[in-house]
Structure formats: structure tokens, C-alpha cells
Write a protein that binds this ligand. Structure first.
Ligand code: DMJ
Length: 631
């Protein structure tokens, strides 16, 4: 791409023309007269003055942020920052998948662009009412975007960012251009699911549809990646009327659940060849997080008609409370730690910033998207939901603290909490974990908590975080444009810039900040579910589709299943006789009420020795070495 380097303008050592390729001159030009040279020099000076003026006026449009602003001003400031980031991208790397704001360069991931930044930003542009920018992006999608070339894409990332972005744009605009591209992409992604078990491989070739396994981790897939495709594929089915997307993504849930995970918690790897979990490490952060997110969101997406996902979600919440929640010292705040050696090992007090989505999920599960005040009046409000909401509030405080307590006011990627009475600081940050990727989870959380409570403190915290992003991640490109980038160390007030802008800065972080300060409530949380990349999908009635799987009645967990209490009044309950066969698709099993004071003991999970998995264990040295099979 041609670049214009203002610093070289007029420099005696690097005149502009030296940037251009040398073409042989056809003839030797006559030397200009002294008068002509004087005139040329004056024109040159005039150009320098005009050029400088242009960049002074073009540079930072916003003034330093005030501490007390109206929320409407804050909303506008977020939009300004979004537009600065966007304009820089348009100016210097339009159409490309990756963007480096500091150097003002971009590149595609494959031989042709996938729309990584443009498609991920469509709904934010629309929500922020950036009409011209949206029109340009739409045109690009219409004329440039195709998914029929020879390139291997990551099934999960492409689903949440590209399919998610196209589907939400289609919903918001009702424009079929987006649905056409979504269907093309959905068809290409289907190849990834063609495995022995239906658990997709890590990647798929867009042209051939070949499913390509992970070259690392013993071929295993990240659990979060397998279980975070469903909202998108199901919505694509609903919109196109084609069942195949729904079936492919849903099968994954049935296979994962057939592992009968103890206390609803799952290891962070799963094998597409056996459908079995791999390894012992469990966490709510990297590689595990989104499994839990889509359990609840699938249940909400289809208006509470699929109780199996509510059951899986509730089991996981109980598991988190039992095994993953700790208290840090000296403040006593709660955190969600990691189980490095499975349920039998101890709790490691390490927490990824990614975990900060979780309190928002807990609060969403408790309120079903209503305000806390409204939810408390519902007949199904109970002590469990109240406790979930309270835990959500405590964890929100912690996530805010992860920003507040650093010199930059920005959270590091990972923190390690102190659990030792004798130490007087709450957390430490290891050298390798000090970077900030402009991730959205905490501002997403603040958005949920503000919507549910209307407590202004969440907006104030969000505004503080926004100011810190502006102060420390802002960069001026060589051409004098302002952009925003990742930084390498939140513990230093002069962090090095990482010269990269992730698409989720536009798709999520700035979108959630904008919505946090927006009073218009454009996307009521009891009518929408956001996919994990912040693309809003409307909740819908699932007809003509239905849940294609259920737990077998002999599954011990069926005996202690929770009734879907969120929105249960809307769920149709039909008694089903235990015939030993799986109940017909779409029916809800009636279960006896649980006596809270004297709850029935869960039948011990009889662990069958899975021959297939044992064979695998013998074959795979990595598995054998780490005894990494959950059977
Ligand atoms: C995004 O792609 C999504 O939010 C995903 O759920 C997790 N990782 C990034 C942001 O941190």
C-alpha cells in the first residue's frame, strides 16, 4: 500500500520523490530559471503551511476527558474514540483483517480478506448511528466479501466474529446482503463438524470443507471453542429455515454432556475423535469460559423452552460455588480461581481478566434480563437467584479493582490473588501477564450490572476505565491520525505500545461502553442475547425446530434435575413416563419438587470404564503421560 510520510516532506535527506520507484527519464529536463525556482519555493512553503494546518485540525477531536460529565457526553466521547479508531483503519488498512495502528499498516490473514474488522464492527456502527461509515462497510460486504477461497479458518473465531457479525447486522437492518453472506459462511463452516463424534475440529478449509485438527494439545479442541458456536448456528437455522446448522452445533452439546461432568464443571480440552474431555485443568478463564456462557444463553435464546441447558447451567453454577470460589486477603473479596488438577486438587488463586464476563452471566441468569427490582417480584425468584446476584455484585467489585489498583488504571491479562493472612496486598501481577489487550469483559459486566440495578456506580467505574483506555492506549500514526492499540504493561505509566488493534476493541469494548452510557435501551436484555463477541441476537420461539437431544433417563443427573425456574411459567410441562428411552424431542420431564432443607443426595455417578478412551490412552503418549482422559 502506498504510504505518505509527512516527516520526510521537504527534508533535504529524503525528498518525497525518493520514496517512489525510479523510472528512467525519457529526456533530460532543462534546468529551471532562478525566477521559476523562487516561485516553486514559495508554492512549496505554502503547501507546508497548509499541510501542517490540516493535520493540526485533523488530530485529536476530543479534549482531555473531564471527571464529571453527563452520561450523554460520555456516550458521545465513546463514539468519538470509536470513530478515531475506525477512521484510522479506513485511511490506512481498509478491508484488511489485521491492523497495526502505530505503524499504520494492515494485512490479510489469508489470500483474500475475511472481513475480520469490518464485519465485526457492523452492528456497532449501526448502534452508534454512524451512517456514512456503515454505508461504506455495507458496500464492502456486498462487493468484496466472499467465503469461497482456499484458506483454513478457525471454526470458533470465524463463527463468533464473522457469522455473529453478519447475523446481528441482518437482524438490525433487515438487509439480505448480510444473511446471504452468513449462509455462505455457515455452509463453509459445516465442514468443520464432519468428524467421528460431531465435535468440530479446530479449523476448516473454506473451499474444500475439510476439517483440520489442532496440531497441538494432542489434537484436542478447546472446550470453550466447541461449545460456543450454538447461538450463531441456531439463529442461522431460524432465519433460513434450514435445520442442518442447528443440528450440527447442537450435536456438540449432546456429546459434551454425555461425559456426565462432575458438578457441572468441565476440563478445558475435548477430543473431536472420542468426544471425551482431555486433561484435568478446569477454569472459568481462557479456553473454558464460554462453555458456561452458552449454556445459559441457549436457554434464553429460545425463550426458556430448552430446560436441559438451564439444568446444565445450574449444575455448573453449583459446581463453581463448591469448587472455584475463594476469598482473597486482606480485603476478603471473592474471586473465581482455577482447578489445575481437577475437582480433587486445590484451588489456584489465579484469575484471567476473561473471567470478568462471569458475574454478568450470573446476574443475567438470576434476572433473565429484567431489572433486579422486577425480577425480585417474579414468583420464581428464590434464595438461589438472590445468592447468584450477590456473588455477581461481589465479583464485579473485584473486576473493577483489577483496573483501579494498577498505575495505569487498566487491568492486566491475569492476576494472582493473595490468600495468605500475613501478606498485606491483595494481588500480584507476574511479568508475563502485565499486558492489556483492550479486552471487553469488565465493561461488558458493568453494562449488565448497570442495566439490572441502575446503580450509577457502575457507570462511574466504566467511565474511569474508559478514561484509562484513552490515556494509555492512544497512539498517533505516522500520518498524524489518532488510533488505539494494545499495551504491554499496565504496571508502568509509560507502557510500550503493542501496535495492534483487535477487532473486539470495536465490536465489544467500545460497544459495551457506549451502551453503558446510553439511556435509550436499544437492546432490552430480556429480549436479546448477546453472542460472546457482543453481537446482539433477538430471542425467538424455536418452532419449527426443537431440542434434538435429551439426557437419558438412566443418567444419574436426571434424578436431581432442577426445574427451569427462570421463566418457568412459560415452559410447557408434560409428564413423560420413564420408558427407559430418551423422552421425545421437545418435551419437558416433570420432576418432583426439591425439598431445600433436605435435598436428595445425588446418586453417585457410576463411572463406566470407557473402552474407547482407554484404547486412546494407550495410543496417545501425551494422554498416557498426563492421564488426561475423563471417563
Ligand atoms: C473476544 O473474541 C470474545 O469476547 C470472546 O468471548 C473472548 N475473547 C475475546 C475478547 O476478550
Amino acid at each position: 500500500m502506498d504510504k505518505f510520510h509527512p516527516k520526510s516532506f521537504g527534508s533535504p535527506t529524503l525528498p518525497l520523490y525518493k520514496d517512489k520507484p525510479h523510472a528512467p527519464l525519457a529526456f533530460a529536463p532543462a534546468r529551471p530559471s532562478q525566477r521559476t525556482r523562487r516561485t516553486l519555493f514559495r508554492v512549496f512553503l505554502l503547501l507546508v503551511v497548509l499541510y501542517t494546518l490540516f493535520y493540526i485540525l485533523r488530530a485529536p477531536s476530543h479534549k482531555p476527558l473531564e471527571s464529571a460529565v453527563s452520561w450523554d457526553t460520555a456516550r458521545q466521547q465513546v463514539k468519538d474514540v470509536f470513530l478515531e479508531s475506525w477512521d484510522l483503519y479506513v485511511q490506512q488498512a481498509w478491508g484488511m483483517d489485521e491492523f497495526r495502528p502505530e505503524s499504520g499498516t494492515g494485512k490479510n490473514m489469508g489470500p483474500r480478506p475475511l472481513g475480520w474488522i469490518i464485519v465485526d464492527s457492523l452492528d456497532t456502527l449501526w448502534l452508534m448511528d454512524a451512517k456514512d461509515e456503515f454505508a461504506r462497510a455495507r458496500k464492502w460486504v456486498q462487493t468484496e466479501l466472499k467465503y469461497d477461497f482456499d484458506y483454513n479458518v478457525n471454526v470458533f473465531e470465524t463463527t463468533i466474529r464473522m457469522l455473529g457479525g453478519l447475523l446481528s447486522a441482518h437482524h438490525l437492518l433487515g438487509d439480505d446482503v448480510f444473511l446471504d453472506r452468513a449462509a455462505d459462511l455457515g455452509n463453509a463452516l459445516l465442514g468443520g463438524y464432519k468428524t467421528k463424534t460431531g465435535i468440530p475440529e479446530l479449523s476448516v478449509n473454506l473451499l474444500s470443507g475439510e476439517a483440520l485438527p489442532n496440531k497441538f494439545d494432542g489434537g484436542a479442541l478447546l472446550t470453550a471453542e466447541a461449545a460456543t458456536l450454538q447461538l450463531e448456528m441456531r439463529y442461522l437455522s431460524k432465519l433460513t429455515g434450514e435445520l442442518l446448522y442447528w443440528k450440527a452445533a447442537e450435536k456438540v452439546m449432546a456429546v459434551l454432556d454425555s461425559n456426565q461432568p462432575d458438578d457441572g464443571l468441565v476440563p478445558i480440552y475435548v477430543r473431536p475423535d472420542t468426544g471425551k474431555y482431555h486433561g484435568l485443568l478446569m477454569r472459568m478463564g481462557l479456553r473454558g469460559d464460554l462453555y458456561y456462557e452458552y449454556l445459559l444463553k441457549q436457554y434464553l435464546q429460545t425463550n426458556h423452552k430448552e430446560p436441559v441447558y438451564w439444568d446444565m447451567y445450574r449444575e455448573s453454577v453449583a459446581g463453581v460455588r463448591k469448587h472455584m470460589v475463594g476469598a482473597l486477603k486482606p480485603s476478603g473479596l471473592k474471586f473465581v480461581g482455577e482447578l489445575e488438577n481437577g475437582l480433587a486438587g486445590g484451588l489456584s488463586p489465579k484469575m484471567d481478566h476473561l473471567v470478568c464476563f462471569y458475574p454478568g452471566l450470573l446476574a443475567l441468569g438470576a434476572t433473565n434480563g429484567l431489572t433486579l427490582k422486577e425480577a425480585r417480584k417474579l414468583p420464581h425468584w428464590d434464595a438461589e437467584k438472590a445468592a447468584d446476584f450477590q456473588l455477581a455484585e461481589e465479583l464485579t467489585h473485584l473486576c473493577y479493582k483489577m483496573y483501579h489498583d494498577t498505575p495505569t488504571g487498566l487491568a492486566p491479562e491475569i492476576v494472582v490473588f493473595n490468600t495468605d493472612e500475613s501478606v498485606d496486598s491483595d494481588m500480584t501481577v507476574r511479568a508475563a501477564d502485565r499486558h492489556n489487550l483492550q479486552r471487553p469483559e469488565t465493561v461488558e459486566l458493568l453494562y449488565y450490572m448497570y442495566k439490572f440495578t441502575k446503580d450509577e456506580k457502575y457507570r462511574k467505574w466504566g467511565y474511569e476505565i474508559f478514561k484509562s483506555f484513552v490515556k494509555h492506549t492512544r497512539v498517533v500514526s505516522p500520518a498524524g491520525f489518532v488510533g488505539y492499540t494494545l499495551i504491554d504493561n499496565v504496571m508502568s505509566t509509560a507502557p510500550l505500545l503493542r501496535n495492534n488493534m483487535e477487532s473486539f476493541w470495536l465490536a465489544e469494548t467500545l460497544k459495551y461502553l457506549y451502551l453503558l452510557f446510553d439511556d435509550s435501551d436499544q437492546l432490552p436484555l430480556d429480549k436479546y442475547v448477546f453472542n460472546t463477541e457482543a453481537h446482539p441476537f433477538p430471542r425467538f420461539d424455536m418452532e419449527p425446530f426443537s431440542t434434538g437431544w435429551s439426557r437419558h433417563p438412566s443418567d444419574p443427573r436426571s434424578r436431581v434435575v432442577h426445574l427451569p425456574s427462570v421463566g418457568a411459567d412459560e415452559a410447557v410441562k408434560k409428564p413423560v413416563k420413564d420408558t427407559g428411552k430418551a423422552p421425545p424431542v421437545g418435551d419437558t420431564v416433570e420432576v418432583p419438587k426439591v425439598d431445600k432443607k433436605n435435598p436428595p443426595q445425588a446418586a453417585p455417578v457410576a463411572k463406566k470404564v470407557d473402552k474407547e478412551a482407554q484404547e486412546e490412552l494407550k495410543k496417545d503418549p501425551l494422554l498416557a503421560e498426563n492421564k488426561k482422559v475423563a471417563v
